[in-house]
Design a protein around this ligand. Structure first.
Ligand code: FEO
Length: 396
């Protein structure tokens, strides 16, 4: 049965939970599913629906709205973001409601037309100067582009001090309405930040500054639980957006016959003895989403790869490609490699990671099982890395 949740009098969560979804963008693993949050705001005179749901969930959204009012009674549909997981039900709503206005940014208007076939004469473009009076309640809008598409904005419900930031502050989990009901919300938010927002940290930081200039009591994102105590997520976003790092190394590797693994284990042992926090992932059995989460606040990374088929192992190549795109605030790196009869992976890995402008403080390449001399080089590289990492807190 469709259920609604009234978060404040006349402010309803009418979104849906996608409990069984396990992948996003054919790329991101979402082990706890996700939610597509939509919010119905009733003023004394007008009603606004903030964001909608993914295609396929229109019926569930409609049942939730219709427990409160008719679809035809909605006056405004706010599109904070054009991606189909939030805007996919807009055509369905506008077809059943011939008078509702779509509110979005100028870029959003173009995307609403292109992605969702919304006629131009149904769209009102909003800016930071726009106010929409609902009667006793007022909507304002915050320009927040490239989080993570070019058209993104936030909506602010002035009198209630509620922020609707869509993907920003989001988390892929279907659990809980409120963040304080879910034990691991901040971890899911961190993972989401690593996967979606980290490549856009400068824009995220600008948007966060705007949010801090508002009086916000409730943060109601497009995915995951709602924050009724906003301090923890705002503190976390402050660290993540500004690239504050811990004395932590994320270590990712693949090993076929344990040569690379033995070097990695030696390196990890030295790092830990030097007081470095280590997050270790064998890519053959790891979820790359966990790696993305670790990279949000790692000061260093270590990559270990064997040579296979004439180059880096495909799993480390994939990880390096993603790393380059995710732009973590990592400052230092060590690269280790082993090969049977011809090397080359070390150079290839360094070239792939070059756009990140990391300082590669050590490399070791071994033919076959590492010798004592190779292990000494690994220990030296680990020691140099640990020394470099001391006291280097921020990547801003
Ligand atoms: Fe949740 Fe960018 O859509």
């Amino acid at each position: 049965m469709a259920t609604t949740t009234e978060m404040r009098p006349g402010l309803h969560h009418v979104g849906v939970r996608d409990w069984s979804r396990r992948q996003f963008d054919a790329l991101i693993s979402i082990p706890h599913g996700t939610s597509y949050n939509a919010y119905l705001i009733q003023g004394n005179n007008k009603t606004a629906l903030v964001d909608t749901v993914a295609p396929g969930f229109e019926g569930e959204l409609a049942r939730k709205v219709e427990r409160i009012m008719g679809i035809g009674d909605i006056d405004y549909v706010v599109m904070n973001h054009a991606e189909p997981d939030h805007a996919g039900a807009i055509p369905w709503i506008l077809k059943r409601n011939g008078r509702a206005r779509l509110l979005t940014t100028r870029k959003g208007a173009r995307m609403a037309a292109r992605f969702h076939n919304v006629p131009e004469d149904r769209i009102d473009i909003v800016t930071e100067d726009t106010t929409i009076e609902l009667g006793r309640r007022t909507l304002r809008f915050i320009d927040a582009p490239f989080l993570h598409w070019p058209e993104t904005m936030f909506t602010y419900l002035v009198e209630d001090r509620v922020l609707f930031p869509c993907d920003f502050f989001g988390a892929h989990t279907a659990f809980g309405l409120y963040a304080d009901e879910v034990e691991d919300t901040i971890y899911h938010a961190k993972r989401y930040f690593g996967e979606i927002m980290m490549p856009f940290r400068p824009m995220a930081n600008r948007a966060l500054t705007k949010v801090k200039g508002l009086d916000v009591e409730l943060i109601a994102p497009g995915h995951g639980p709602v924050y009724r105590d906003c301090s923890a997520i705002l503190d976390a976003y402050t660290r993540w957006c500004t690239g504050q790092t811990r004395n932590k190394a994320t270590v990712i590797y693949v090993s076929m016959w344990q040569s690379t693994e033995r070097m990695i284990n030696t390196l990890v042992d030295v790092l830990q003895r030097c007081g470095v926090e280590v997050a270790l992932y064998n890519l053959a059995s790891s979820d790359i989403g966990d790696v993305a989460a670790e990279l949000v606040d790692s000061r260093a990374m270590v990559m270990g790869t064997p040579v296979v088929l004439g180059g880096m192992h495909p799993l480390t190549m994939y990880a390096a490609y993603l790393l380059k795109a995710l732009r973590p605030p990592v400052k230092y790196a060590v690269i280790l490699s082993s090969y049977g009869w011809a090397g080359g992976a070390l150079k290839q890995a360094a070239e792939m990671l070059a756009p990140l402008k990391l300082e590669v403080v050590g490399t070791v390449e071994t033919s076959g099982p590492p010798t004592e001399e190779d292990m000494k080089k690994v220990e030296d590289a680990a020691g140099t890395l640990a020394e470099k990492m001391k006291g280097q807190g921020s990547a801003v």
